[in-house]
Design a protein around this ligand. Structure first.
Ligand code: COA
Length: 189
């Protein structure tokens, strides 16, 4: 495999990352616009894995608590832990199918953690995608972030995503995927 470079994505990469997010993670056009707006506002950062000038993986970080589908009751539970602390969320992650299981995802997660520290996060919140039947590509890798202070598995987490114009890449319109919501306290490190 050619060497993979990991670096912070600049303005010119954001459009491509928005399109890859739509294509491989949700297929919802609104997401692309949300990414563009959040980047302009300075509350969104992306890190890319690149080889031969081609993006083959990315991970994104956003300030604030915003799940793919709103879950006010979980947000309340999390706020009990975080109080006034600054929360950042790991917004999305993807590695090209041909390049998986070579450690690129793990490298991106480490860079995300560094980025969260650098931009002043007190807490990192992640939403780990779990397919119907319980398989998750990301949960087994999650120890990169340490021990969570809050953790909750939520069945049918993405229910209703189609109302926001999103389609699940696994289930289509009627999403049965779950998610594990996990909060890390970065102030402890
Ligand atoms: C999740 C995802 C980003 C992981 O990317 P990746 O580059 O394959 O991640 P890594 O290679 O670092 O780790 C994946 C596995 O390969 C293993 N691995 C890492 N380096 C390896 C190597 N050199 N040789 C063999 N296996 C290796 C890891 O131990 C890990 O195994 P585990 O799942 O049993 O713990 C990728 O599978 C993906 O894009 N999935 C679809 C989208 C998705 O699920 N995104 C997450 C949304 S929350």
């Amino acid at each position: 495999m050619d060497p993979i470079e990991i670096s912070e994505a600049g303005e010119s990469d954001i459009e491509q990352i928005a399109l890859l997010t739509v294509k491989y993670l949700t297929e919802g056009e609104n997401i692309a616009e949300d990414i563009r707006q959040s980047y302009k506002k300075g509350v969104y950062w992306a890190y890319k894995a690149e080889t031969d000038g081609e993006i083959v993986g990315f991970i994104t970080l956003k300030e604030g608590m915003s799940f793919t589908v709103p879950h006010p009751e979980i947000e309340e539970e999390i706020l009990e832990f975080t109080g006034e602390g600054r929360i950042f969320i790991g917004d999305g992650m993807w590695v090209d199918k041909k390049m998986r299981r070579h450690g690129i995802g793990t490298r991106l997660m480490k860079v995300l953690l560094d980025g969260a520290h650098e931009h002043g996060a007190d807490y990192l919140l992640n939403e780990y995608w779990i397919y119907p039947g319980g398989k998750s590509l990301i949960v087994p890798m999650a120890n990169v972030f340490g021990i969570p202070v809050f953790q909750k598995t939520v069945p049918n987490f993405y229910h209703g995503m189609e109302k926001s114009g999103m389609t699940c890449p696994i289930c289509g319109d009627d999403c049965k995927c779950s998610a594990e919501v996990v909060l890390y306290d970065l102030r402890k490190e």
